[in-house]
Ligand binder design. Structure first.
Ligand code: 5GP
Ligand code: ZN
Length: 123
């Protein structure tokens, strides 16, 4: 898509801090991080919003979500359990959709937030 900033990032027309890439997906650091770790996972193929996804997108949507544990491990934000079995660490995943959902960039993306709190604007 012409004029889509995340297509330009996927095509390497504008720079980003890429943390993962394969044939279908790209993950990179958010330019304005709201948490100590703030990554974005996108499909390389343009889809404007989750609201426009159909069964056709199930595979790439699954791949986006399945990438999260790997990225979390690589960035030190996995859920871990102490000797007492209590969970610690962890992360938040978020897909904003449409104006009421807070979406600003109309190329589907999954936010991955983690690291020590507080995080900007989030519980
Ligand atoms: P949304 O509100 O659409 O869910 O989130 C868009 C996110 O994209 C924001 O967190 C914003 O900081 C990030 N973003 C916008 N433009 C760029 C850019 O050019 N490069 C990178 N790395 N992140 C961007
Ligand atoms: Zn795009």
């Amino acid at each position: 898509m012409d004029n889509c900033i995340f297509c330009k990032i996927a095509n390497k027309q504008i720079p980003s801090s890429i943390v993962y890439e394969d044939d279908n997906l790209l993950a990179f650091k958010d330019i304005n991080p709201a948490a100590p770790v703030h990554l974005l996972v996108i499909p390389k193929q343009h889809v404007a919003t989750l609201s426009e996804c159909t069964e056709e997108h199930a595979e790439v949507l699954g791949k986006m979500l399945a990438l999260v544990p790997r990225l979390a491990a690589e960035h030190g934000i996995s859920v871990t359990r102490g000797a007492d079995g209590e969970p610690s660490g962890g992360f938040k995943t978020l897909i904003n959709s449409g104006p009421d959902g807070g979406q600003e960039v109309y190329h589907l993306h999954l936010h991955l937030y983690g690291g020590p709190r507080p995080w900007r604007g989030m519980r």
